[in-house]
Write a protein that binds this ligand. Sequence first.
Ligand SMILES: C[S@@+](CC[C@H](N)C(=O)[O-])C[C@H]1O[C@@H](n2cnc3c(N)ncnc32)[C@H](O)[C@@H]1O
Length: 139
Amino acid sequence: MTPGSSGSDVPDPCSFSFREVSMTRTQAAPNTERAVQERYSSASRTAEPNLCCPTEYRTELLKAIPLEILEKDYGCGDPSRHLRTGETVLDLGSGSGKLCFIASQVVGPAGRVIGIDMNDDMLALARRHAPDVGRAIGY
Ligand SMILES: C[S@@+](CC[C@H](N)C(=O)[O-])C[C@H]1O[C@@H](n2cnc3c(N)ncnc32)[C@H](O)[C@@H]1O
């Protein structure tokens, strides 16, 4: 059974997985959730440069990541230098999945990456591109 699945034949709409990467939706307090949901749903449709904090990434790890994900980059840092081969990574607030896709390359096929986000549009964006990333990195 994949993480987030119910064990039945019906896919869990709040989670996603491909190989060692899975992404799951969480819930927040209603008022806060609405504001954050609207902000990031909008940003999932149209790139918002002002939502991105200046962050540098290891360029060799960006080659496998589709342009749409790089353009909708709302990350605030790159912790991937702390990762090691074979580790399991939990990305809380994984957004478009960029850091999950970077982390997947660092931990390798023996590792595992789990992305969690409350925004279905962001999860959809990540899920849409995950197969391409999987093909690009080979697992
Ligand atoms: C800064 S963006 C994501 C950046 C992403 N980690 C990256 O590097 O590209 C923040 C994300 O956190 C999500 N988020 C905010 N509060 C959350 C919560 N309480 N639970 C789950 N996700 C949350 C938002 O939906 C948004 O996608």
